[in-house]
Design a protein around this ligand. Structure first.
Ligand code: HEC
Length: 90
């Protein structure tokens, strides 16, 4: 039981860390998908901070897929469309 509390704290820390950042993303269609697909390994702060073109988002998500992101073609388009609106760059 010595480490029980420690693990609970780690859990809370991770949970709070992951939930954080959602408020930085605007409510546009597709946000639900981004929350579902991109809020697992890291929070959303890294997303809302960056500005990329649709092409660059596609490339970045390819990197996320290498890390283990599972996303089908339809959701991929939804997410890229959302990201190029919320976090786009011309
Ligand atoms: C399987 C785990 C995983 C999932 C799911 C995931 N990512 Fe990541 N992401 C990572 C890791 C690991 C890093 C840090 C290493 C890096 O930057 O390459 C990262 C870093 C990032 C960064 C910061 C890197 C930079 O160069 O700005 C952004 C932005 C990002 N992810 C966006 C996304 C988006 C958008 C999604 C959903 C489509 C997503 N991630 C889903 C693992 C994941």
């Amino acid at each position: 039981m010595k480490y029980g509390l420690f693990f609970i704290f780690v859990f809370i820390f991770l949970f709070v860390g992951q939930a954080h950042g959602e408020e930085n993303l605007p409510d546009l269609p597709g946000k639900g998908k981004v929350l579902e697909k991109c809020n697992t390994c890291h929070g959303l702060n890294s997303i809302s901070r960056s500005k990329r073109t649709a092409k660059e988002w596609r490339k970045l998500i390819g990197r996320m897929i290498n890390y283990g992101l599972e996303i089908d073609e339809k959701d991929l388009e939804t997410v890229i469309e959302y990201l190029s609106k919320c976090c786009g760059r011309k």
